[in-house]
Design a protein around this ligand. Structure first.
Ligand code: FAD
Ligand code: NAG
Ligand code: NAG
Ligand code: NAG
Length: 530
């Protein structure tokens, strides 16, 4: 009997750490295309304390911060853990880690960094994928001590500190009988995904993470600590919901919460042979019906994977989840019983355990830090079956040519209900992808271990081209990239929207709130020219 967890575990044997490969991949010629803008002369510091040491920062900044805060450098035992990242393709050059114990410490760190002309960057769970973080050199503001959740008396919302993360939020709320919108992977932060929208299993019922924000406490580039909501700083409020990484550090945010309504979620995982691709994708398209599956039909996640113990050819793994009881779900998923599956497993679990059966739990290989990921992505409305076949055939060909890449490469196809996401007026927030109902992702892990980084880059590009060529005519020249899945070399329009007013508005806001581009390491938006 095969189940998804076993296959995923088997498929991802790459999780043994690379033995000798250093964290920096050989292919450093890569320079992200999304930072072509010239450096603003205003941004150049009058002087830079280039050799600022962690001891100096401790001495100078330490006394200003609250008790329990810490400041440390590479000699500290906490360093490796604090600077570890999911994606090691392009890593930031961290000089000092500052771990504030209280929200009010963050403005002080920002002002200190500015006063010394040193760059700063927030880090929470360290799962940023984009190579643009590799342009950073300076002080890491480590958010991981700021994990408090404070429920409002009416239990309609709660305040979450900026370092809260998905597993914590899913579990803490569920135990109290509540749920909230989170990412679908247990390991990522709330604000890393949330500032760029934030896809997850409750979005069909309640919308994206960003759709559920009520209030943000934000530290701006100059160190001012402000409140951002529909009424206060409302221009920025618009931008924080989709392009927020560009504008400040969220020390805490108020998010809607909901009574959980059900005691368990249902899941069903299938494994199919590759030959079923056409008929299966035809059915999936009907099932999703152009993004109109009901909110409770929460998520379907598919993989192309190589597992020779199951089949010689790449297999299709598909996992469905339903926000409710099995008896209701059975009627809905029954239609997928007709593709001669090699395996089918199902069960009922509390919501916070669902990530673990869809390959996205805390202990799943997918969440593990410290690897180089060559990735690509494309947002789609429907599956183009010809394109999905071409991508499959390419996957088969490449993993036959280079069998060592079989277990370390996968095509991931994420589909969520968009019911509540579509209800919101697209112009009302900076999130531009309300019509992308399928989130694709292609990942090759640690190809440098086999000297195949260039090979992997080329394969990733070919896969992305096939997705984009398979789009309806009108979308082919305007491909879409979920900014939190970006590799870092995509056009800004793909990430922030092709309607010219979107990027213009963001650039104007950038000029107003972050003219000196202090927040320019996460798919940065250049400021409008004066
Ligand atoms: C395994 C995996 C699973 C994923 N699953 C999902 C998913 O289910 N849904 C989804 O939408 N996306 C998902 N993503 C993409 C995810 O949204 C981004 O990778 C995100 O940046 C991760 O946030 P983090 O806190 O883990 O990473 P970090 O690297 O710590 O943060 C990423 C960036 O976010 C900013 N940031 C973080 N915290 C704050 C803050 N408090 N204030 C201001 N800025 C902040 C910083 O610019 C930072 O560089 C996933 C990525 C991976 C690798
Ligand atoms: C650091 O250690 C903590 C506690 O052991 C762990 O939860 C966390 O995932 C680690 N961080 C990283 C980036 O690996
Ligand atoms: C899907 O919906 C979008 C709008 O959300 C529409 O533009 C497109 O034509 C629809 N496609 C199909 C195949 O129905
Ligand atoms: C599907 O993809 C193929 C291959 O790229 C393309 O020729 C075809 O026009 C696409 N079909 C639709 C409906 O977009």
């Amino acid at each position: 009997m095969i189940n998804l967890a076993q296959i995923v575990a088997f498929g991802l044997v790459y999780l043994q750490r690379p033995v000798s490969a250093g964290p920096i991949p050989p292919d450093l010629s890569f320079s992200p295309r999304s930072v072509p803008f010239p450096i603003d002369p205003d941004r150049l510091p009058p002087f830079t304390r280039r050799d600022l040491t962690s001891q100096q920062v401790q001495r100078e900044l330490g006394p200003l911060l609250s008790k329990g805060s810490s400041i440390f450098g590479p000699e500290d035992p906490r360093w490796d853990n604090a600077t570890e990242r999911y994606q090691t393709y392009a890593i930031p050059d961290i000089k000092v880690v500052v771990r504030p114990a209280q929200e009010d410490d963050i403005p002080k760190v920002v002002k200190y960094a500015n006063g010394n002309s040193v760059a700063f960057m927030a880090k929470n769970r360290g799962h940023a994928l984009t190579a643009t973080v590799g342009n950073f050199k300076g002080i890491q503001i480590d958010m991981t001590s700021l994990t408090e959740i404070k429920y409002q008396p009416n239990m309609k919302s709660a305040w979450f500190q900026g370092g809260t993360f998905d597993h914590q939020v899913m579990k803490d709320l569920w135990d109290k009988g509540y749920v909230a919108t989170t990412g679908s992977c247990s390991c990522v932060g709330m604000m890393g995904p949330g500032l760029g929208g934030g896809y997850g299993r409750y979005q069909g019922l309640y919308g994206l993470i960003s759709d559920n924000l009520l209030n943000i406490n934000l530290v701006l580039a100059d160190g001012r600590h402000i409140k951002v909501n529909e009424k206060e700083n409302s221009d920025l409020w618009w931008a924080m919901q989709g392009a927020g990484h560009n504008f400040g550090i969220v020390t805490s945010f108020e998010l809607k919460i909901y009574p959980k309504k059900v005691d368990s979620w249902y899941y069903r995982n299938y494994v199919f042979k590759g030959e079923k691709l056409e008929s299966f994708f035809t059915e999936i398209n009907k099932f999703k019906n152009n993004g109109s599956q009901p909110g409770v039909v929460a998520a379907d996640v598919g993989f192309y994977a190589v597992d020779k113990t199951v089949d010689e050819k790449p297999i299709l793994i598909w996992s469905f989840t339903y926000a409710g009881p099995q008896k209701d779900a059975e009627k809905i998923f029954e239609r997928f019983d007709h593709f001669d599956h090699l395996s089918r497993v199902e069960g009922n679990l509390p919501f916070w355990q669902i990530p673990g059966v869809q390959g996205t739990g805390l202990d799943d290989p997918l969440c593990e830090s410290g690897h180089t990921h060559i990735t690509t992505t494309a947002g789609l409305q429907v599956y183009n079956i010809t394109a999905q076949r071409q991508i499959y055939d390419l996957y088969e060909k490449k993993t036959t040519d280079k069998p060592e890449l079989g277990p370390v490469s996968r095509v991931v196809l994420e589909g969520y209900s968009f019911e509540a996401v579509k209800r919101r007026d697209p112009a009302s927030s900076a999130f531009p992808h309300r019509n992308d109902y399928i989130l694709t992702y292609f990942d090759i892990v640690d190809p440098q271990n086999y000297g195949l980084t260039d090979y992997a880059r080329k394969w990733a590009r070919e896969t992305q081209d096939l997705w984009n060529k398979g789009q309806p005519e009108w979308r082919r020249s305007t491909p879409s990239t979920y900014l939190n899945y970006a590799f870092g070399d995509e056009p800004l329009e793909a990430m922030y929207g092709w309607e010219p007013w979107r990027l213009q508005r963001l650039k104007d806001l950038k000029a107003k709130y972050d003219r000196h581009q202090k927040f320019s390491y996460y798919n940065p938006i250049p400021p409008a020219k004066k």
